[in-house]
Every structure is written in C-alpha cells, then in structure tokens.
Write a protein that binds this ligand. Structure first.
Ligand code: SF4
Length: 384
C-alpha cells in the first residue's frame, strides 16, 4: 500500500513557526559559517521538482482528508483520531499531524520553503514549484524562503520579478553582519557589496526581505565596525524586517577556534546590548522604513521592536532606561532573562518569590566579572 509521506526539514525562521513546511532542498550548499552548527554533518542536495510536487500533492490530500472532519467551526476529533490511526508508519503520522496542526492552530495561509538556501535552485524550477503551491494549495497567501546574500546577488532582476509573479512573497536572509571584516572572520562567504546588491534586487522586485543580524559576532575587537557597517547595509537595502539574533559563542562551534587564535574576545552580554544600541543609533530613518524585531529569546531586551522610520528614538530610550538601572537590578534581570524569563525587567515581580530570592542571591554573590559572564553563557549555550 502506498505510504503518504512528504519530507520535513529541520529548521525554519521563528516567524514561520505556524507555516506549513515544504522541503525543496536539503541542508546548506555553503555550510561553512563558523558560528553555525546546523548542517555540518549533512551534504547539500536539491530535490527533483517532480518529487517536491508530489509532496505538495500529499499535503493537499491530507488537507482535504482532515477538512472532511470539520463541521462549521467544530472538529470531529474521534473521526480525526480514527483516521490518523489508519496510517501505516511514524513518518506518515508525523506528516498528518503537521497538516492537522497547520489547519487547526497554525497559519493556514502560509508556507515556508526549506532548507537553508532554497534560492540557489534554478529560477525556472523554483517558479514551477511556487506556481504549483498556488495551484494545489490556493488558500496560501504567503510563500517564503531562505536565501543567502551571495546567492541573491547572482539572481537576475527578471528572475526575481518572475518569482514574485509566480507567488514568492518573502525571502529571509541571514546577513549576520554588514562588516566585511566580520563576514570574513565568520566565513560567511559573502560581502557587504553582495548583501546590498542582492537585497536591493529583492526589494525592487516587490518581494519582502527579512534580514537577520548577530550583534556581538565580531567580538569586542570588531564591535564598532559591526554596528556601523550593519547600519550602513540596512540604510542601503531598506529591508522590510531586521531581526536581531544576539551572538553567543556556542560550545562545539568553529568560533571556538577563532577565539583560540588569540585575536578574538567574546563581548560581554552588556557589550552586545551596547552594540545593538550603537547599530540602531546609526540607522537613518529617512532611508530605512521597515521594522526591527527581537523575536528570539537570545536577545536580552525583547521589547526592542519598532518601525525604523518612527520608533528609533523610542527604542534607544528604552535601552537607555535599562542601562540606567542600578547594577544589581540589571544583573537580576539579565540572569532571569538568560534563565528563560520571557518578559521585560518591569515585570520581574511576576516571578515566584522563591525564584526572585534565588536570582537576587546569585546576582549579588557572583562578583567576579568572568564568573558572571560564564554563568550567563551556561544558560545561553542551550538556546538554538
Ligand atoms: S548559510 Fe546558514 S545554514 Fe549555511 S552554514 Fe551559514 S548559517 Fe549555516
């Protein structure tokens, strides 16, 4: 009996957590960034278009099958469960669950094309896939994909326009830094010039651009350069979204070798925040009008969100109000946040009293700076 399965890749941006996931390529064609530990053990492959289209058909079949159990706003859950139990394999059950979750709790109008750099596919193949998604899943309103800056810079303007026409809505791109020195240090395999050329072409084709930056990735030595050159790229590209991913030197990553070379010092948690402030202060609101978001637990101040054309003064004053806190209050919040506290420092009273006492004692008693950073790092090392 035929098994109804489709491939599911490992990673998607947090903002696509509720999207259906369509695996178009496998792993990363570059796979050399020193901070990245995602695909190091896996080789890159493109998937044949026919195979991807078959996956789209399977998704559509599951969608129809599951929607048959919906009556108005209600789901016939015993029937869904019985149907689920007829599936022959764990893989088929996982696919069914994914479509069910997408229809019931997710964004049933969004799909994300995996894995790390789908834009590397020949444009005509990608156009065929995007068009087929629109045909078989007509409820989809947003199709998004990852694309490396180096790849984006090579794609022709007319191909971007054709992709937009076919229905590609947004490209997510891990720029990480706008500084050539930092890009070389982390082996990102791209340059500031390519970032600007690629980003501008995406925007001119009417495709939304969401770019990711890693404050702190250049270490203490390149902090100023990282902030200023990143702001320069943002001003030149005017992306729709700038997403912050504060850098943490992960245990086991190749950045450990960079540090061991002796020319790299990981910035402290507070220095990384100051770098974010410096970068934001150099964004020109007359040129960059998209939105800054801190949509990851790794950022110390998750409230630093806003439209670049109107909210920069607010974002700077918000950071300054945190920096103006007495040192112990700052440390208490840092620790709580690094332990996973999801709110800002004004909400610390919401923690259980026993947790507040534990955090206050630890913050008060860890006086050595290196021990303090090591303590914070232990928590952050667990984050993806
Ligand atoms: S391009 Fe992305 S997925 Fe590939 S190695 Fe770099 S960070 Fe990792």
């Amino acid at each position: 009996m035929e098994e109804f399965v489709f491939q599911i890749g490992p990673i998607r941006p947090p903002s696509e957590a509720n999207s259906l996931l369509l695996r178009v390529t496998e792993n990363c064609p570059w796979n050399k960034c020193k901070f990245c530990m995602l695909y190091k053990k896996n080789d890159f492959h493109t998937r044949p278009v026919a195979e991807v289209k078959k996956d789209i058909d399977t998704m559509a079949e599951y969608r129809d099958r599951i929607l048959a159990y919906k009556d108005g706003e209600d789901w016939n859950m015993p029937a869904v469960q019985a149907d689920y139990e007829t599936l022959l394999s764990d893989d088929a059950r996982m696919c069914y669950q994914m479509v069910f979750r997408w229809l019931t709790e997710g964004d049933s109008q969004a799909i994300f094309l995996q894995d790390a750099n789908t834009m590397v596919l020949r444009p005509e193949w990608l156009i065929e896939i995007v068009s087929y998604v629109r045909e078989r899943l007509p409820e989809i309103q947003r199709i998004t994909s990852y694309g490396r800056a180096n790849t984006l810079a090579k794609i022709k303007e007319e191909d971007f326009r054709a992709l937009r026409q076919a229905g590609l809505d947004r490209i997510h791109s891990g720029y990480e830094s706008g500084s050539d020195k930092v890009l070389e240090l982390i082996a990102k395999g791209t340059t500031q010039e390519e970032q600007i050329i690629g980003g501008q072409k995406v925007r001119q084709a009417g495709i939304e651009l969401s770019i990711y930056f890693m404050p702190g990735v250049g270490g203490r030595e390149l902090s100023e350069d990282n902030a200023l050159e990143t702001a320069k790229v943002i001003n030149a590209v005017n992306p729709n979204f700038v997403r912050l991913r504060t850098f943490v030197l992960r245990t086991g990553s190749l950045m450990e070798e960079v540090r061991a070379s002796g020319n790299y010092t990981e910035a402290t948690d507070m220095e990384k925040l100051l770098e974010i402030r410096n970068m934001i202060a150099h964004i020109d609101p007359s040129k960059a009008k998209g939105r800054i978001t801190s949509d990851h637990i790794i950022n110390l101040l998750q409230e630093v969100n806003g439209d670049m054309d109107t909210d920069i003064p607010w974002m700077l004053s918000y950071i300054d109000s945190f920096l103006a806190l007495p040192e112990l209050e700052r440390k208490k919040y840092q620790l709580a946040r690094r332990m996973g506290f999801p709110l800002d420092w004004k909400q610390m009273y919401r923690l259980k009293e026993s947790d507040q006492t534990y955090i206050a004692d630890l913050a008060k008693n860890t006086v050595d700076d290196a021990a303090w950073e090591a303590l914070l790092h232990r928590f952050m090392d667990r984050y993806i």
